[in-house]
Design a protein around this ligand. Sequence first.
Ligand code: FE
Ligand code: FE
Ligand code: ZN
Length: 271
Amino acid sequence: MSSALGYEAMAKTAISIGANTFQYFTRNPRGGAAKAIKDEDVEAYLKLSSENNFAKVVAHAPYTMNLCSAAEHIRKFSKNMFKDDILRAELIPESYYNFHPGSHTGQGVDAGISLICDALNETLSENQKTIVLLETMAGKGSEVGGKFEEIAKIRENTELKNKVGVCLDTCHVFDAGYDIVENLDGVLEEFDKIIGIENLKAVHINDSKNPIGSHKDRHEKIGQGHIGIDAMKNIINNKHLRNLPFILETPHDDIQGYAEEIKMLRNLYDK
Ligand code: FE
Ligand code: FE
Ligand code: ZN
């Protein structure tokens, strides 16, 4: 959803499709100015969220944000957006701010990681309540974050690492080569060894249009891609994952598609 709707409206929409969390873009995907957040709207949203037992909601950074671009003006524009978004996220208690680590655009992974850490070290503050989430990526093009080691390195080189968590995107990790279909436990063990499972805060639950290791990042509807419904059932019931907020980013033309997917996943969820 888009925050231009307002928080109360987003919560109402989520409730109307059987959801108890949601993800929203902080501003239009091209990264223009964000709409002012009104106190009354936040209050109405908090009331709905507590009445309906919401999990933490997730803000998603605009796709144009790239904290490790080779172009300085893009890094600067991205950092300003990042700072502003975090200030805004602070107005929404119990929320996460998810972002793509970035694309190094030819500078190499290590240079990319160091620029991302610079931006985090400049932006995060000790007293902020918002936890920012590094999204696991498919490793498309020069994307940073397609390997757990890269995500771990970003956290390790960030001073306030307790403000930095991880969001696991099922389509992306599968696309990056992690076999969550045949070996979910093994993948999560690896995650734990390299990043620490306690740092995993949210899941983007998407099927994949492409086979494992394709590095293409094309999401598919749940059960209709190469991950498949059996693996989805394992994922939502896994002991490390089952209590995290699950966000659908599947391709649907209308909201009814999400309502049906939520219903299907709830039926597969062990009570
Ligand atoms: Fe994303
Ligand atoms: Fe995602
Ligand atoms: Zn994606």
